[in-house]
Design a protein around this ligand. Structure first.
Ligand code: ADP
Ligand code: MG
Length: 728
């Protein structure tokens, strides 16, 4: 019955915003629950402190004996803040975070107990992790996985638990998580970028990759969300007719934030401050009940951890406010979905943003070097970048005319396009002094001015340069950013290594000056990377045709997109760069394909259940009411009854038509699922789920949504779009 629906609406209407008391300034509470540098100074011996700092800055190993000192200090701090437990916090390939809490409490005999936390417990833990996806890496029961402390991401206290960020690896050394390959990719990037920086500044010793993510999400009242089995089980609506009003009036975007949502955001921000997550921006997004939150950018590994942690915190705080957060890329048809733009740049330990134009021609040549190498890397690895953001949920968004297309391209703006055009014409070989002066004064030297005016922001581009960073916009809102960040840093690092080799070769073999050689190599890169540059409308059909001509990939579905992960070229790339070995690449491919199947499988089951057990019975009930009505009219009017009953008779027929289509489609879908489930080969199975099972969702939905328009509102069992999106 529709009781649950109306009960949920009533509950929602009765809600009041939660009162948030804020007594201290945000800057005063920032990082209060983090074992950060200043806390470490207080709680660690000098030796222990130096050892952690050196691990963070130079990646040096921490001695076991020192680890005991560190753990003791950490424990003292944690207990002073009310913590009773500790956990190794990690990011398995399930897409969420994992933790297993152990108490500090330890018995020591004679009925006595103490609080204990040794170096070994800090450094390593062995969770019983046999249920995490491993893609066949840990098939035997002996081959257990363990977690190991990542000192570059600080420990923090959440609730009463000390959380220690860790990597999760198999005993045989293979990565079982998102963090391990990311750390390896960042390491590769550091080395490759430092080597190239030395052309410009010998003092550079470290290059950090920076990430600033922008998290989009929907907030739905928890009672309304709970009234929809599809939202509860799949995170999105599998059916529902669009509301009369959607986002066409643009009245939500950047509008004043509704009171309950604002209270939620403030609560969330305060918690984020305590956890050292530097959240800064909040606003309404385009769709009703859709919002965005963004932090100040940080070193990529830390930023990834902070995003994963934040998503978890968002869920927990939502409970206090009677909200459910929907992270799904497309929770509602007909209005915008959610993404997670990844703003990315490279910063040196001398404080230079390598993707930001500088003040001198030399620093601008450095900027152009990193800028053009990034473009070349994307050009040569566009398929891999597409694969890095593939998921069943992001498939709804990419190419859906509201979000970046499934075709990867780079937008750089008119001014930088002009700069590249000029550079493309530099002389082959040694440059004359006049040409060099001209380049330095009129091309390279002009960049900062032109960029200031470069306000053109093409929102349809999946990978756009926005003044001092690249913005990877095709990333989905549910994604763990480690995945795209691993790929991006790996391909650019590889590109920088190739670049350096080519420049060095010109210097050595052709006796060119350093900047002559750099100009020469960059010129060739510009020529070779033309295909990936696109300034036009990424949503248009024309681009699809043009991209095809250019030979760019256009993988609309996850199974098609993922395939490249196990191409010879990709496996070799990750191997050469020390990011993943062949076993790890293959395992990830398998895990992601299986995850795809599972997601579609769950959606299929839920949709079948809703359509058959919720919608059809209600449609029949309403049809019976109509039939009773027609019978009554016949009683009154005899043979003339049709004059008065024609509309009802039409409705009865229409309803029958939809019911019969739903039943036959659900039967077909179930059969297709059964057949697919028997397939052993995971690639073929994912393919069938994608092309045989999933397409039936659309027609089932179509008929259910039509019934929604026909059936008496009071009987309708599913909470409607207008109620989900406009009640708050
Ligand atoms: P928008 O793209 O919505 O206009 P901004 O560009 O101001 O917003 O910032 C979006 C995100 O990009 C923020 O997280 C911000 O900290 C981050 N960001 C800004 N500069 C950089 C940079 N140089 N490198 C990486 N991220 C950056
Ligand atoms: Mg942005």
């Amino acid at each position: 019955m529709s009781t649950l629906r109306f009960y949920a609406i009533k509950q929602t209407l009765d809600r009041k915003p939660v009162v948030i008391e804020e007594t201290e300034r945000r800057s005063a509470i920032f990082g209060a629950n983090v074992f950060n540098e200043s806390t470490m100074r207080q709680f660690l011996t000098k030796e222990a402190f130096n050892s952690v700092m050196s691990a963070i800055d130079n990646g040096s190993k921490i001695d076991r004996s020192v680890a005991d000192h560190i753990s003791t200090g950490m424990k003292e701090w944690a207990i002073s803040k009310g913590a009773t437990h500790y956990t190794h916090w990690f990011q398995p390939l399930t897409g969420s975070t994992a933790e297993k809490h152990d108490a500090f409490f330890e018995t020591i005999g004679n009925g006595l107990a103490i609080e204990k936390f040794g170096g070994t417990q800090l450094v390593q833990q062995e969770p019983d992790a046999s249920s995490f996806p491993n893609g066949g890496i840990r098939n035997t029961f002996e081959a257990r996985g363990y977690t190991a402390w990542d000192p570059t991401s600080p420990a923090y206290i959440y609730g009463t638990t000390l959380c220690i960020p860790t990597v999760f690896v198999a005993y045989t050394g293979e990565a079982l998580d998102y963090k391990t390959p990311l750390l390896r990719a960042l390491y590769a990037m550091d080395n490759a970028a430092v080597a190239v920086c030395k052309y410009f500044d010998k003092n550079v010793k470290k290059v950090n990759s920076s990430l600033g993510w922008e998290q989009e999400y929907f907030l739905i009242d928890s009672a309304l969300a709970a009234s929809r089995p599809d939202i509860v089980l799949t995170g999105r609506t599998l059916l529902g007719h669009t509301a009369a009003k959607g986002q066409q009036l643009d009245d939500h975007y950047f509008g004043s934030i509704p009171a309950r949502a604002l209270a939620y955001m403030r609560d969330l921000e305060i918690e984020s401050m305590l956890l050292g997550i530097p959240v800064k921006t909040r606003h309404n997004e385009v769709a009703p009940n859709q919002f965005e939150l963004a932090p100040i950018y940080e070193e990529a590994n830390l930023a990834v951890d902070h995003n994963s942690l934040l998503m978890d915190v968002m869920d927990k705080i939502a409970d206090r406010h009677n909200f459910k957060v929907l992270f799904h890329e497309k929770p509602f048809a007909g209005v915008n979905g959610s993404g997670k733009h990844n703003n990315w740049s490279l910063t040196t330990d001398t404080g230079i943003n390598l993707l930001g134009p500088g003040k001198t021609p030399m620093s601008n040549l450095q900027f152009l070097t990193f800028f053009i190498n990034t473009i070349k890397a994307v050009n040569d690895n566009e398929e891999l970048l597409r694969a890095a953001i593939a998921s069943a949920s992001n498939d709804h968004r990419l190419g859906a005319n509201e979000a970046p297309p499934a075709i990867m391209s780079v937008f750089i703006g008119e001014q930088l396009t002009n700069v590249l055009n000029e550079l493309e014409n530099v002389t082959d070989g040694k440059l004359s002094p006049e040409e060099k002066t001209d380049l330095k004064l009129n091309v390279v030297g002009k960049i900062p001015d032109v960029l200031l005016d470069n306000t053109d922001r093409n929102r349809t581009s999946p990978f756009a340069f926005t003044g001092n960073k690249f913005e990877f916009r095709a990333v989905g809102s549910t994604a763990n950013c480690a995945n795209p960040m691993t790929v991006l840093n790996t391909i650019v690092a590889k590109q920088l290594i190739d670049f350096k080799a080519e420049v060095d070769k010109l210097i050595k073999k052709k006796e060119m000056k350093k900047d002559d050689a750099i100009f020469n190599v960059l010129r060739e890169y510009i020529k070779k990377s033309k295909n990936i540059l696109f300034e036009g409308n990424g949503y248009g059909d024309a681009w699809e045709k043009e991209a095809k001509k250019r030979g760019l990939s256009n993988h609309r579905t996850t199974p098609e997109a993922l395939k490249v992960k196990v191409s010879e070229k990709s496996i070799k790339l990750f191997e050469d760069m020390g990011v993943m070995n062949k076993i790890e690449s293959e395992a990830r491919y398998e895990i992601e394909m299986e995850e795809y199947v599972l997601r579609i499988q769950i959606e299929g089951r839920v949709l079948g259940d809703i359509a058959r057990n919720h919608i059809v019975p209600v449609a029949v009930r309403y049809q019976n009411i109509l039939i009773e009505n027609v019978k009554g009219l016949k009683e009154i009017y005899g043979s003339e009854f049709k004059k008065f009953a024609q509309e009802q008779l039409n409705l009865i027929e229409d309803i029958s038509g939809h019911i019969s289509s739903i039943n036959s489609d659900v039967t077909r879908m179930t059969d297709e699922r059964r057949t697919a489930n028997l397939i052993e080969d995971f690639e073929k199975k994912a393919h069938d789920y994608c092309f045989k099972v999933k397409p039936l969702f659309d027609s089932i939905r179509y008929h259910c949504d039509k019934l929604e328009l026909l059936v008496d509102d009071e009987l309708w069992p599913m909470t409607k779009y207008r109620e989900l999106l406009f009640t708050n």
